[in-house]
Write a protein that binds this ligand. Structure first.
Ligand code: KG4
Ligand code: ZN
Length: 357
């Protein structure tokens, strides 16, 4: 079974062809056209600029993926697309293109929720699908969302907690801007942090000891802002500043990782999960990957840990195709005429919408 998937929820025009064979999800081609250089000019994504770039690159990217996978439309069994959440005008480019292709080529159309895609990025490439045991706990950490999700079976999600304000990725990006680093800030902080002392700046660990599974990262950004302002004043008075930019980066990363790992560990124990999955752009962070894996090994040795290959942590279309493999077998397809982009689409609402069809 072979799926062509499109992902345009934010700033990457991503297309992939993925084959499911003997319970393995094999990527035949996965390409994206990155808008990062464009958005660096504005230190963030301007929706109109992103949508225009998607419009220009979507067709060439589809053509390139089909050529690289050495397949044509006759070899494709279904078209999958990210329906939401994300920037409405960006999502629309992907959704309208997928609807058009589904109609033109007479293929089933499978809408996918973006975070569901991130969860299923763990299934891309490495394992037979049956290796994953339920219940599973997914920590989704991206630029717009931070969530702990419990799964008792495929495509069923219970959100245990989420961020009350800024997401983890947003905290990396915003504090990176305060440090004068370029967009997107997560990889920059992670790179600098290697040379810094993670205990140099005592930063807050918001909601760490609260019994629920919610997160809050906006206080961290404020603490960094005030800390840097104090340093600036010291500098104007010619006082010695001992904390380097690398120390700031390492301390910020440590504060974020500490909170994410502590809450994930607590949920893993409370719900006695058999698998913990890490997902989303921040899953590329080496410190988070290593700390969570180590803690699980120490404290829950029977729980399996899964992290996506680095290539499938940040937004990509192979993860959308992987989720679509499961939706395809569950019969969750959608008539092209009825599909609309939904910038606020919640995890699990695609499954619910099936009943209303
Ligand atoms: O999942 P994603 O590609 O897009 C959204 O769905 O939001 O996540 C992007 C986020 C950005 O905030 C980016 O700074 C962060 O992932 N990120 C990282 C790293 N690589 C990407 N954060 C920390 N460390 C990294 N190595
Ligand atoms: Zn994402």
């Amino acid at each position: 079974m072979r799926i062509l998937a499109i992902e345009t929820s934010c700033d990457e025009t991503a297309v992939a062809v993925v084959r499911e064979q003997r319970h393995k999800i094999i990527v035949e081609a996965s390409l994206f056209s990155s808008q990062i250089p464009l958005h660096r000019l504005t230190q963030g994504v301007v929706p109109e600029v992103a949508a225009r770039a998607h419009t220009e690159t979507i067709i060439p990217t589809i053509q390139a993926v089909l050529a690289q996978a050495k397949v044509n439309h006759g070899d494709i069994d279904a078209i999958a697309v990210t329906r939401g959440p994300g920037l409405f005008t960006s999502l629309m480019v992907g959704v309208e293109t997928a609807k058009f292709l589904a109609k033109l080529w007479h293929k089933p159309l499978i809408p996918i929720q973006h975070h569901e895609g991130h969860i299923y990025s763990n299934f891309v490439g490495k394992f037979p699908i049956s290796n994953f045991q339920f219940p599973m706990l997914a920590l989704i950490v991206s630029g717009g969302h931070t969530m702990l999700v419990l799964m008792k079976k495929h495509l069923q999600y219970k959100i245990l907690g989420a961020t009350l304000d800024d997401a983890a990725g947003e905290a990396f990006d915003k504090t990176a801007t305060l440090l004068g680093l370029s967009y997107p800030g997560g990889p920059e902080i992670s790179r600098l942090a290697r040379h810094g002392n993670p205990h140099a700046v005592p930063l807050p660990r918001p909601l760490l000891n609260r019994p629920d599974y919610n997160f809050s990262f906006s206080g961290l950004k404020t603490a960094v802002l005030y800390g840097l302002q104090k340093q600036k004043i010291k500098k104007t008075r010619n006082q010695e500043i001992k904390i380097t930019r690398a120390d700031w980066a390492a301390s910020i990363q440590q504060a974020i990782v500490d909170v994410l790992v502590a809450k994930t560990m607590r949920a893993a124990k409370e719900y006695r999960v058999k698998t913990v999955l890490l997902a989303g752009g921040v899953a590329a962070n080496t410190s988070l990957r290593e700390t969570l894996e180590k803690k699980l090994k120490q404290e829950c040795p029977r729980t399996k840990f899964s992290k996506p290959d680095l290539a499938y942590t940040t937004d990509n279309a192979a993860m959308i195709a992987a989720a679509a493999v499961f939706r395809y077998y569950a019969g969750d397809t959608c008539p092209p005429e009825t599909l609309t982009a939904d910038p606020n689409l919640k995890l699990a609402s695609i499954a619910k919408s099936k009943k209303t069809r």
